[in-house]
Design a binder for this molecule. Sequence first.
Ligand SMILES: *Cc1c(COP(=O)(O)O)cnc(C)c1O
Length: 360
Amino acid sequence: MARVYNFSAGPAVLPEEVLMEAAAEMMDYNGTGMSVMEMSHRSKAYQQIIDEAEADLRDLLNIPDNYKVLFLQGGASQQFAMIPMNLMKNKVADYIVTGQWAKKAYQEAAKYGKANKIASSEDKTFSYIPDCSDLPISDDADYVYICENNTIYGTKFKTLPNTKGKTLVADVSSCFLSEPMDVEKYGLIYGGVQKNIGPAGVVIAIIREDLITEDVLPGTPTMLQYKIHADNGSMYNTPPAYGIYICGKVFKWLKKQGGLAAMKEYNEKKAKVLYDFLDSSKLFKGTVVKEDRSLMNVPFVTGDEELDAKFVKEAAAAGFVNLKGHRSVGGMRASIYNAMPIEGVEKLVEFMRQFEAQNA
Ligand SMILES: *Cc1c(COP(=O)(O)O)cnc(C)c1O
């Protein structure tokens, strides 16, 4: 078995325990004589899988009873349209643009109503989170939108914006379950699971019940109505059944690690290994304002594109893969999600130290 240290931003590393369990159950899931992939989503065995996944997620995040958990498809990107279609009752929404994903969501919302860009960090290549304590929130805004962790740029909201009483909607794709969240502060939390939870193809939405209504924009497709999915227990049509099963295994793995408070502690310790090195290095530099640094995605550069490329190539040959930065930022990015063991980061830093010595 030749496993690498996979620093991919997504689809990304998953816990080995989960992969091995899934492998062991591939031919015969729990005495059914078939794989979960081959199973009717209306079967008793599958109903138990999705029910347990939801219950474990509710436990992990302490989700209040007046929130629904939906397992959806279409990627996080489909939510960029689904959110305005369902929530824009006044056809007004305020967007805080802290990266490409928030920008795409903002541009999509503008197709359905008045989307206001009330703050942005684009002036400095999205390398910081703007002050959101007193923004010009629109009186008739249906919601305020953020991307809580910016996967490409490596920034994270450490305090939530002051929405002045308006509903907060957050894309948490790349920080989902990396730490505890106060669900009640949000109207809608959603994320594609392929960053920190499971295989691509599943989107989880946690939505307050009063936001789930039939009053959606005219022409909203059936499949893009939260109410349809909520009323049908995420099984209006065939759900991404195998993906949900893997997510469920990851939820159980997270509970075994001690839950999200323990994950936060571990993730902080893990990120510190890399950030401390970047702060002390003469060759490598982090690209993000210190107080806004993400625990999950760590972009860095040498300041020399050729040297960056050399590093990425040599790192891959040494078993540290997918360290190339996003095409819009260049340089490197190490995504160090829940399932990346601290040893992976320690060994990466050791490798970076050697590279620095050899290329000084
Ligand atoms: C990856 C990512 C997306 C896009 O996800 P898809 O599932 O590919 O649509 C959106 N938002 C964030 C924060 C992401 O990291």
